[in-house]
Each structure stands twice: as structure tokens, then as C-alpha cells.
Design a protein around this ligand. Structure first.
Ligand code: DC
Length: 233
């Protein structure tokens, strides 16, 4: 934390899955004493609502109707994860394989995106300093953000990291993870509405050969550069 030269504004952190984005975003938020918003958690919560209603995630009309009627609430503190659908805590369920499989289809529905983007902008509006992670934050949600980061890593590296988190050592299972990551990247990058891509003014950070702490330190240093804090003396 740098009280003498505090960061004011929004840091956006976009990029594909499996880059360590969430851990990095939380680390940056804590270091900058900023609020934190995980927009992926909101798309995952919407997916829980769709699955609980017994709808097919590929049925865009049903998805639109169900999500329009669901109350999705998320917290904005880096230290705690609060995710609720209609008042029910779904923070653990949103990470299940079932939700992970269905979330790309739900997040490709334009009406779902419009609704959640409005909610994201409202949540961020009240914060003096905030770190927001997702896929389209720098391009669509907060195009005027102070600092935009696009975090990438090689698919094999991302699969290895995910395997480590899940305690998987079997080579075939790790290949499956890499295939799943590529499938989700392809889906997220090729959808018509808000595809995954770096903003023109984003700083691209490849974390393949960096530790998580290195990435956090790098982003915090960028955010605390005099230009970012308004301290130009
Ligand atoms: O970051 P994550 O894995 O929790 O994201 C879950 C899904 O939501 C992922 O398939 C992409 C989608 N997503 C999105 O379309 N836009 C965002 N701003 C955040 C996530």
C-alpha cells in the first residue's frame, strides 16, 4: 500500500482463463488498497440461475428470460468472496465443473451481457480505486479506465497451473485441461458480442515465465507511476 501516492481510478484486468488472473487481480487490489470486482463470478452466478431453472444453456431465449428475473449480487472486497443468486450463497457452486461447462454459452447471450455490464458499471461507480477482472472490461465495460492490463500465458502453462491447483498429475488429464482451455478461449474470442481481445491501449503481460508475485508487483508499479496517481511533480 502506498498512502503517500495512492492510486485513484480503475485497473482493468482482462485475458483468457487459467492465467492466474483472479489471484493477480486480488493481489493488486490489496496492494493498492482498492475494491475488487470479479465479473466472471457474475456470469457464473447467472449460469447457476439457468441450470437451477432446468433450462438448456444454449437456448438463448430461455437464458435471457431466466437471467432477467434473477437477482445476482457480488461483493467488492478483495479479501472475501460474496456471490448470491436470489439471496442464496453460490460462491462454491459457481466453481463447479457443471457451471464451468455451461458459462460460455450463457455469457454469449447479448441481453445477459447488457444486464451484467450495467450492474458492473454501477458497482464500480462508487469506488475511488477499483480492480476489475474479466474479458471485456478494458474494451467495453470501462473503456476510459486508468490502467488496462491484458494477461496471457501459453495454453500448456495454463493447463499445468490448473492441474497443480486441482492436484492432477496424469498427463492425459492435463491434455484434457489444455483442450478445455483452448475450447473456452475459442468460444470467448469468436463470439459476436464483446469478444475476448486486448484493448488497443492495454499493456499486454505474458505470465508464462513469471511468478504470480512478479505479475502483481509489475502491475502495482505501473499503477503507482506518477501519471496514474496524478502526482506529476
Ligand atoms: O473468469 P471466469 O473463468 O470466472 O469467467 C467465466 C466465464 O465468463 C468465461 O467463460 C468468460 C465469461 N466472462 C465474460 O464473458 N465476460 C467477462 N467480463 C467475464 C467472464
Amino acid at each position: 500500500m502506498n498512502r503517500r501516492n495512492p492510486f485513484r481510478g480503475a485497473v482493468t484486468l482482462d485475458g483468457p482463463s487459467g492465467t492466474g488472473k483472479s489471484s493477480v487481480a486480488r493481489g493488486v487490489a490489496v496492494a493498492l488498497d482498492a475494491a475488487y470486482l470479479d465479473t466472471g463470478a457474475m456470469y457464473r452466478a447467472a449460469t447457476v440461475a439457468v441450470l437451477d431453472a432446468g433450462a438448456d444453456p444454449e437456448d438463448a431465449a430461455a437464458v435471457e428470460r431466466i437471467v432477467a428475473g434473477a437477482r445476482i449480487e457480488v461483493g467488492t472486497e478483495a479479501g472475501t468472496e460474496r456471490v448470491e443468486v436470489d439471496g442464496v450463497d453460490v460462491a462454491v457452486r459457481i466453481r463447479s465443473a457443471e457451471v464451468t461447462r455451461a458459462v460460455s454459452a450463457v455469457s454469449a447471450v447479448p441481453a445477459v451481457r447488457r444486464r451484467l455490464v450495467d450492474q458492473q458499471r454501477a458497482l464500480v461507480a462508487g469506488a475511488e480505486a477499483v480492480v476489475v477482472e474479466g474479458r471485456d472490461i478494458g474494451t467495453v465495460v470501462l473503456p476510459d479506465a486508468t490502467l488496462k492490463i491484458y494477461l496471457t500465458a501459453a495454453p500448456e502453462v495454463r493447463a499445468q497451473r490448473r492441474a497443480g491447483q486441482l492436484g492432477i498429475t496424469d498427463a492425459a488429464a492435463i491434455d484434457d485441461l489444455a483442450a478445455d482451455l483452448r475450447r473456452r478461449d475459442e468460444y470467448d474470442s469468436s463470439r459476436a458480442d464483446s469478444p475476448l481481445r486486448p484493448a488497443a491501449d492495454a499493456v499486454v503481460v505474458d505470465s508464462s515465465d513469471l511468478t504470480q508475485q512478479d505479475v502483481v508487483d509489475h502491475i502495482v508499479a505501473l499503477a503507482q507511476a506518477p501519471l496514474m496517481t496524478g502526482d506529476r511533480t
